[in-house]
Design a protein around this ligand. Structure first.
Ligand code: C5P
Length: 431
């Protein structure tokens, strides 16, 4: 990836700032964009001005800052439609829950939303809000709608929040936002250079990260999946020329360049997104660590401790098996389906069983008990097992192809998995 102090890009960036405490970091972002050679013009919502002054941004960018749609003086300089056309990229950082809702609804009730509606520029946003607001179903819906409308969502990051909460909702750091922007530009240049990769013309849908199953408004059931493997697969698929859709549970990773990200929270949301996208895909990779169970009903209010009771019983119900449901689609709408089997013992035996039971075409089996590999790590090793047709039978005579991939960085492993999946796809199409 490019360093944040990378080469002059000459890109015209319209930096939109909305009313979040993270707005104080937008000043550094404006500076970094300028240092990277971008032309920067800033538009602030009314609320943003309560957190940082237009004068600060004007001093940093050397350009007047726009704050109002109905400003005759500013309109006489560069009218808002002109400004919308001027931008190569609209970058909103921070993007609040309210702004996301207004954009998702297609509203144009202030200068920033009007510009977004009037522009065909690349659209990127870095959401920032309280973790409960980010987890709220309304925000989930809006994030999914915005991703569908072509917005690239960067973050949010997880961790301590200004309000004292801990969880996902922090704006990505300005350096990470800039890096993601420059990487997208590089990826577009590379795509133009190489024109076609081995996966060009193919649509690949990937699930990644954990799911989060609410127990009440502040608690949930989840797991330690970092999303690294799924994101590495998405990045590798994009680099091979595919159109990539990444359905991701809550993780602390930015959406990879050139990838369409659909942020989800629960297994049911991930299932709905997979059911919608899989029939339009050539390849579906289920890399998410989906919670097997969810609370039968999430409590409307915070569950209180009961004095004198030492135990609390939660009733859980099974979540749908997302990948099995994709594999069970009718042949005409069924992509090639690749699943993961993360096990701590008898890895291959369980993987073979999973391949058959879930109706998969290929399974990536890995031993997550090996130190430094698997969950959260940067490296991974895997055995690939795939339905091979009659030509390549495994020594066990069960008509499976087999390839053992040694420990290696997840990015490298991702490419090897994809190349094998592409070979399976070509094999299937030639039959
Ligand atoms: O059943 P198990 O969780 O071990 O299977 C792992 C594989 O199944 C992974 O590919 C995972 O993404 C997928 N899976 C799913 N929906 C579930 C559970 C697992 O898609 N509810």
């Amino acid at each position: 990836m490019s360093s944040p102090s990378g080469p002059t890009t000459g890109r015209r960036v319209l930096l939109g700032i909305s009313a979040g405490i993270a707005a104080y970091k937008s000043a550094l972002l404006a500076r970094l964009l300028k240092q990277a050679g971008c032309e920067v013009r800033v538009v602030m919502t009314q609320g943003a001005q309560a957190f940082i002054t237009p004068l600060t941004l004007q001093a940093l960018t050397g350009e007047p800052v726009r704050t109002s749609l109905l400003d005759p003086e500013a309109e006489a300089g560069m009218g808002h439609i002109e400004l919308a056309r001027w931008a190569d990229t609209i970058l909103i950082a921070p993007a609040t829950a309210d702004l996301m809702a207004r954009l998702a609804a297609g509203m144009a009730d202030d200068l920033l939303t009007t510009l977004c509606l009037a522009s065909d520029a690349e659209r990127v946003m870095a959401p920032a809000m309280n973790q409960a607001m980010w987890a709220h179903p309304a925000t989930r819906r809006n994030a999914a709608r915005l991703a569908e409308d072509g917005w690239r969502l960067l973050g949010p990051d997880s961790g301590d929040q200004a309000c004292g909460d801990v969880g996902p909702g922090r704006m990505l750091e300005p350096e990470a936002i800039l890096e993601a922007l420059l990487a997208a530009e590089q990826a577009a240049e590379q795509a133009a250079d190489t024109d076609k990769g081995p996966a060009s013309g193919l649509t690949v849908t990937i699930t990644a990260g954990p799911t989060r199953e609410p127990l009440d408004p502040v608690r949930y059931l989840s797991n330690h999946s970092s999303g690294k493997m799924g994101y590495a697969l998405a990045e590798a698929a994009a680099a091979l020329g595919a159109r990539v859709k990444l359905i991701s549970g809550p993780v602390a990773l930015p959406c990879p360049a050139g990838v369409e990200c659909l942020p989800v929270e629960t297994a049911l949301e991930m299932h709905a997104a997979a059911q919608r996208l899989a029939p339009e895909s050539d390849l579906f990779i289920g890399c998410a660590a989906v919670a097997d169970y969810r609370a039968e009903t999430a409590a409307e209010h915070k569950i209180k401790k009961v004095e004198g009771e030492d135990a609390l019983t939660l009733r859980l119900v099974k979540n749908p098996d997302i990948i099995a449901a994709v594999a069970a689609l009718p042949e005409a709408r069924r992509p090639l389906v690749v699943g993961f089997a993360a096990e701590t013992r008898d890895v291959e035996r369980y993987a073979r069983d999973k391949l058959a039971r879930k109706g998969l075409d290929m399974v990536v089996a890995n031993d997550v008990s090996r130190e430094g590999l698997g969950f959260g790590a940067d490296d991974n090793a895997a055995v690939l097992l795939w339905r091979a047709g009659s030509r390549q039978s495994s020594p066990k005579g069960d008509d499976l192809g087999r390839d053992a991939l040694p420990p290696q960085p997840k990015a490298q492993l991702a490419e090897a998995i994809l190349r094998r999946a592409l070979a399976c796809l070509a094999d299937r199409q030639s039959r």
